[in-house]
Design a protein around this ligand. Structure first.
Ligand code: C5P
Length: 224
């Protein structure tokens, strides 16, 4: 079994991200680079991290008109990412064009409802109903648009997996048993998320900010 853990490299400095990734490279399956990293370090930064030799997840959360998102996908194509994120709220045509512009081996997955939004926040943007129902609605839309899967919490992955059997599900917000949760509120363990149908487990601080990142990554690997 390939290791489903993608380490979130949320560091402002390229050198720090690189050093942490090199340390744990044998104990994670891939590396996730987000907006902060990409806006700061661009293609050069991604090329440097790619030298470590693990699959890359570009968590860019693209959301614009279809033509612009397709252009952005084409622009990152040369980086050969394994996974790229877009916002499902961009609509079906945007997701279809994003998928069409992505490389053959690139999974395009949709962010549904940001976990930072509650029902009141959604209502203020004109969306009625619960975040859970909205997430399932957008998951169905992503599926119809031909995307590979969605990003969801460990609490939802079971329900989404039941409706989308061959979907590719990326689950962040994971904490090892007895781990410190920091600002993540609704956490599950990596093993529980995996058992509920997660394809990729995104883990950041429990590894990257651990006193001993290698031991932390090994401990998570051992539970899977
Ligand atoms: O450090 P931690 O394990 O909380 O990092 C989680 C990673 O997953 C971060 O890169 C964060 O941006 C991302 N993420 C998240 N919750 C979401 C979507 C993405 O924590 N709903």
């Amino acid at each position: 079994m390939t290791n489903p853990v993608y380490l979130a490299l949320d560091f402002p400095r390229l050198e720090t991200a690189e050093a942490v990734a090199r340390k744990v490279r044998s104990h994670v399956g891939g590396l996730k680079l987000g907006m902060e990293f990409f806006y700061a370090h661009g293609h050069h930064g991604v090329h440097e991290i790619a030298k470590i030799g693990l699959p890359l997840f570009l968590d860019l959360k693209l959301h614009d008109i279809p033509n612009t998102v397709a252009g952005a996908m084409q622009a990152v194509h040369v980086l050969e990412p394994a996974i790229v994120t877009v916002h499902a709220a961009g609509g079906r045509a945007m997701m279809e064009d994003a998928k069409a512009a992505a490389g053959e081996h690139c999974k395009v997955v949709a962010v549904t409802v940001l976990t930072s939004l509650d029902e009141r926040d959604m209502s203020a943007t004109g969306v009625s109903g619960s975040p859970h129902d909205q997430a399932l609605r957008l998951a169905d839309l992503a599926h119809r648009a031909g995307l590979d899967g969605i990003v969801c919490s460990g609490h939802e992955v079971g329900a989404v997996h039941a409706r989308w059997k061959d979907g590719f599900f990326v689950v962040p917000g994971l904490r090892p048993a007895n781990g410190i949760t920091a600002d993540q509120k609704r956490t599950v363990t990596p093993r529980a998320a995996r058992d509920a149908g997660a394809s990729v487990l995104v883990v950041g601080r429990p590894i990257s900010r651990a006193e001993d990142p290698v031991a932390a990554a090994r401990a998570i690997e051992a539970t899977l």
